[in-house]
Design a protein around this ligand. Structure first.
Ligand code: DCP
Ligand code: CA
Ligand code: CA
Length: 365
């Protein structure tokens, strides 16, 4: 099946949150500053809204310079913890649109305001369905968080990431496999995601300016200039080929099981036995590898094929089945108390895995 990957990048994220929190800022230039604390406006610009960008203000520039460019702008201190809470809620919405996979990841957060979603199964490889899904995602984020984002859709991470920056803010761009060359080739090599200034400079010296030049360049020559993996990657990227899978952030391994209920239901009597069985499977797997866990996550997929997850972190690593069951049932009852749409599938997984060290404790005897 044709692979489909969707990338979301929130628009002027920190400044957009400030704007939303304070309606008086609407229509004004808003600049979020990382203040060094030494003197007023002694830090750098974290980000700014598009009105401020119209005055030439950019991320990273000294706040004092931004103040000169537009003395009327609102200058606000960065509130990172608060933005992280908003980010977590946005990521939860995004995750709910990704494919559900038992092995391999379908969701990857790459920064506070960006994520990839694998949507191959959801869309059956159809790019117009993917576009509709992208619009649904934008609408839900607008409705629930009053924020806009830009969406890119492509046959892989590389293309979806590049596509999301084509129309900003509040844009959506799909690049289907037949459009790869017309999308990529007119662009400068520096626009290729993963090429930094150093590589771009080196390519320029080799006479490679546009991505088209790179695509047409001899791969042997690229390999001798950049080494084998990098050289081959460059050649492939130039024609829009990228097979890299999505990776869950933090790189932490998880062990989980997911299964379909006998019928779509919100009845705890029907759900509990399946939850027990899944938790039992997870524990056997953990035991066989002598691992303990610290986080428990329950996933539900409802009859509209939307996926929701909730997690709980324990205060120490443990490998007890009872603890897992208790946590899983608690989370499930939370889900049940707030859901109106029937559940179709449920899953249990554990994370923050650690090797159970050395000798068994007294309790094991
Ligand atoms: N950020 C920062 N310092 C930078 C760049 C970014 O503190 N030099 C923070 C503030 C941004 C957030 O990270 O809001 C996301 O960065 P982006 O590069 O995605 O920029 P924005 O979301 O602000 O704007 P855009 O609409 O261009 O995506
Ligand atoms: Ca952004
Ligand atoms: Ca970003």
């Amino acid at each position: 099946m044709q692979r489909v990957v969707l990338h979301v990048d929130m628009d002027y994220f920190f400044a957009a949150i400030e704007e939303r929190e304070n309606p008086e800022l609407r229509g004004k230039a808003v600049v979020v500053c990382m203040l060094s604390g030494r003197s007023e406006l002694s830090g750098a610009v974290s980000t700014c809204n598009y009105i401020a960008r119209g005055f030439g203000i950019r991320s990273g520039m000294p706040c004092s310079r931004a103040k000169k460019l537009n003395p009327e702008a609102a200058f606000l201190p960065v509130r990172k913890e608060f933005y992280t809470l908003v980010s977590d809620r946005v990521m939860e919405i995004l995750r709910s649109y990704a494919d559900v996979r038992e092995n391999g990841e379908a969701f990857e957060q790459i920064s506070i305001d960006e994520a990839f979603l694998e949507i191959t199964e959801k869309t059956g490889g159809d790019f117009s369905l993917a576009f509709e899904l992208g619009m649904q995602i934008k609408n839900e984020i607008k409705e629930k968080e009053n924020l806009t984002c830009s969406v890119g859709i492509g046959p892989n991470k590389l293309i979806s990431k590049m596509a999301s920056s084509v129309k900003k803010p509040d844009g959506i761009t799909a690049v289907s496999p037949d459009k790869l060359e017309s999308f990529l080739w007119p662009l400068k090599v520096s626009k290729l995601w993963g090429i930094g200034d150093v590589t771009a400079g080196k390519l320029q010296e080799m006479g490679i300016v546009k991505i088209k030049d790179l695509a047409e360049h001899d791969v042997i020559d690229l390999v001798s200039a950049f080494g084998k993996p990098r050289g081959i990657w460059l050649k492939q990227a130039a024609v829009g080929v990228d097979e890299s899978p999505l990776k869950e952030r933090e790189g932490s391994e998880q062990i989980g099981r997911i299964a379909t209920l006998p019928e779509d239901t919100l009845d705890v009597q029907l759900i509990s036995p399946l939850l027990d069985r899944l938790a039992g499977d997870v524990i056997s797997k953990l035991n066989s590898r002598e691992l303990s866990f610290r986080t428990v996550t329950v996933t539900v997929i409802n009859s509209n094929f939307r996926m929701y997850t909730k997690s709980r972190t324990l205060n120490h690593p443990i490998s007890s089945k009872e603890v897992l069951l208790e946590a899983a049932h608690e989370i499930m009852s939370e889900f049940l108390s707030e859901s109106h749409v029937e559940f179709r599938r449920v899953g249990v997984r554990v994370g923050d895995l650690q090797k159970i060290k050395g000798q068994k404790s007294l309790f094991d005897y």
